[in-house]
Design a binder for this molecule. Structure first.
Ligand SMILES: Cc1cc2nc3c(=O)[nH]c(=O)nc-3n(C[C@H](O)[C@H](O)[C@H](O)COP(=O)(O)O)c2cc1C
Length: 362
């Protein structure tokens, strides 16, 4: 395989989203460039959300899907083996790149366009064709399913559940500190780290931007919570969701690590299709991840009150969406709508910094 092609495939892989843009991967490339091993780096994400590497496996699923799409576009078929090493759960996938026919992959350009948009969306009618195209993309991943909601009263109910996570960011010190450590406050810091999230992608308006830097101090947040800060943050999140024309939930069969990778692949296809349709997208994965921890009886890190918020949101979500089957896992909630593109985008570390093995892709 030509260097140029593997470079393009790897460039596509590392564009994938990850929780707070931690980029929890390393890629081993074989000498003849036709085999990739995608390795998880658990130390990159020690947040409450990443229980049993659930968040990182979703991110790996997204990276895998980018590899599949880019390979097809460039004349290769990506043959996947998930978790090939029984003794090492950090080897997420072995991917063989087989020579095939060059296919026009409609989602390929969207890999480089996709981003998270946390600003306020305009309520536009989302066409049936768009909704069907999202379902069609999700169905390409075995075991994945999609629920779409555009009825305002139902959106309001879901918004009240999904906002719980944003409120918790300001009520739980551990969640707060992980997130704020990943915010990059200056252009210099963005360029120095090439990970995390520039403050300008956080969805704050000009006024909020003046006080937002103070929010990184837990004592400031804790004091202002007496004045209703975390409630205000929850309300803002609810308002943004309530006024979005479309809310969706991606689920997948199973509860194990394969389910999270498959869920990540499906979530990525959905996100790329929405990008292709010219719509804005915000994933809401924090709450589903906490709900999954709750299913494993492992939410002790939250206070009693905070656990109750998650439990209540889980019950309402399950009832509202008729998510009756306990055999399924909720991977991602999202909102979609119309919005100007954010002026600033998150960065990625260079492909070379992720590669290991004795190959050089330059
Ligand atoms: C597992 C996972 C969880 C995420 N959770 C959230 C979330 O709850 N809310 C949110 O606004 N963004 C969430 N994101 C989006 C990431 O913060 C975002 O993808 C990352 O910062 C890179 O930015 P980009 O999507 O603009 O490329 C999540 C992404 C992943 C993969």
């Amino acid at each position: 395989m030509e260097n140029k092609i593997i470079q393009q495939i790897l460039q596509a892989a590392v564009q994938a989203p990850s929780g707070d843009n931690v980029q929890p991967w390393k890629i081993e490339v074989s000498e003849n460039l036709t085999q990739l091993k995608l390795i998880n780096l658990p130390e990159k994400d020690n947040s409450i959300y990443n229980y049993e590497q659930m968040a990182s496996y979703i991110a790996h699923g997204a990276a895998i899907e980018n590899i599949v799409i880019a390979s097809g576009q460039l004349g290769y078929k990506a043959d996947l083996e998930l978790f090939p090493d029984d003794n090492n759960p950090n080897v997420v996938a072995k991917i063989s790149l087989l020579h095939g026919v060059k296919n026009e992959e409609p989602l390929f350009p969207a890999i480089f366009e996709r981003h998270t948009n946390r600003f306020f969306y305009k309520k536009v009618k989302i066409s049936e064709d768009t909704k069907q195209s999202l379902t069609a993309e999700i169905e390409k991943i075995r075991g994945a399913s999609l629920l779409l909601v555009d009825q305002p009263s139902k959106i309001d109910q879901l918004a009240k559940c999904l906002m719980v996570n944003d409120r918790l960011v300001f009520e739980n010190k551990q969640i707060h500190q992980f997130l704020f450590n990943m915010i990059r406050w200056s252009k210099q810091q963005v360029e120095d780290t090439l990970d995390g999230m520039p403050v300008d992608v956080m969805g704050v308006n000009v006024m909020e931007k003046m006080v937002f830097p103070f929010f990184r101090f837990w004592s400031f947040v804790k004091f202002n919570n007496y004045l209703g800060l975390s409630r205000f943050i929850g309300l803002k999140s609810w308002w943004n969701m309530k006024n979005s024309p479309l809310i969706g939930v991606v689920s997948v069969e199973g509860k194990d690590k394969v389910a999270f990778v498959q869920g990540g692949r499906a979530a990525q296809r959905c996100w790329l299709q929405i990008t292709k349709e010219g719509l804005a997208f915000q994933p809401i994965i924090g709450l589903p991840l906490l709900i999954n921890r709750l299913r494993f009886n492992n939410l002790d890190l939250l206070s009693h009150d905070q656990q109750r918020h998650v439990e209540r949101a889980a019950t309402t979500l399950i009832q509202t969406l008729n998510l009756s089957s306990d055999a399924n896992t909720m991977i991602m909630g999202f909102r979609a709508g119309l919005c100007a593109k954010p002026k600033v985008r998150t960065k990625r570390k260079s492909v070379d910094s992720f590669i290991s093995g004795n190959i050089h892709t330059q």
